[in-house]
Design a binder for this molecule. Structure first.
Ligand SMILES: [Zn+2]
Ligand SMILES: [Zn+2]
Length: 272
């Protein structure tokens, strides 16, 4: 790929390079993992350090600080979050962001993957007899666990992947909660989602503007309206995808290729 850097700094811990590096290698990018830099200052999952901003803001800040720390110019950072799905009510989702920046060429790319397949679960001492079910359901021991003492409201141990150690804690405390560890190296489902976010980044890095050749020539907006397939009235579903360049503002309108007409269930005349 023309102009793509071959050496890039990865601002991350929890061994995310094991997921991200082999994928980026295929397009000629070599990742170098940042050293002596504590990314936990940006918030942790087990709740000791609250995250002050949303993941999109945090991932950018982390990347810029990591580049400043190491004196490098091109970096990638990764950030995940767990919470309510942005569109579907009552559904939990895991959103994984990857951020790429080239300070010299002023290329800035956000890539992400949203998944409703998540391992974000917990069990307390009140449901002690369900512990075996909880462990197999969540894929223990590949999925790591966090053990909390609810009486002191304190994390006793994180990253538990040993059954004996877990049951020892269970016997030592009476009022406990066990949670799935959300850190990437202890959460196989999250690892899959980080791989998907990496694929999105690769797609964006490889999609060059036809006018100025900057990367991330991608869908930025939608326009138009699909007609209802029963009554022909315009619906609120978009008709065109607008691909645009962040650098030169060149854009093209492309008719969506998944459907030409909209289902009447989305028509305000047929299904008000
Ligand atoms: Zn352009
Ligand atoms: Zn209609």
């Amino acid at each position: 790929m023309e102009g793509l850097a071959s050496k890039v700094l990865l601002v991350s811990k929890h061994h995310k390079e094991r997921i991200i590096a082999p994928l980026l290698n295929k397009i000629g990018i070599q990742l170098e993992v940042i050293q002596n830099f504590d990314t936990d200052q940006f918030g942790t999952f087990a709740g000791e350090i609250p995250r002050s901003e949303g993941p999109k803001v945090t991932v950018r800040e982390k990347c810029l600080r990591g580049l400043a720390h190491s004196g490098q110019r091109i970096g990638i950072a990764s950030e995940g979050s767990f919470g309510a799905h942005p569109i579907i009510p009552f559904v939990q989702a895991n959103e994984e962001w990857l951020y790429y920046i080239d300070l010299d060429r002023q290329i800035e790319i956000y890539a992400k993957s949203l998944s409703t397949e998540i391992t974000h679960d917990f069990i307390s001492s009140k449901e002690k007899e369900q512990l075996g079910v909880f462990l197999s359901k969540n894929g223990f021991p590949r999925q790591g666990l966090v053990f909390k003492d609810l009486t002191q409201n304190k994390i006793i141990q994180k990253g538990i992947q040993d059954e004996k150690a877990l049951y020892k804690l269970v016997s030592q405390y009476s009022n406990w909660q066990i949670e799935t560890d959300l850190r990437a190296h202890l959460n196989p489902v999250r690892q899959q989602n980080i791989a998907l976010a990496t694929q999105d980044l690769i797609k964006r890095l490889s999609s060059l503007c036809p006018k100025c050749a900057y990367p991330d020539f991608s869908i930025k907006e939608y326009s138009g309206a699909l007609d209802c397939e029963w009554c022909g009235h315009p619906t609120s579903s978009y008709r065109y995808q607008i691909y645009a360049c962040n650098q030169c503002q060149h854009s093209i309108e492309v008719m969506r290729n998944d459907k030409k007409l909209e289902d009447p269930q989305y028509c305000q005349y047929c299904n008000p």
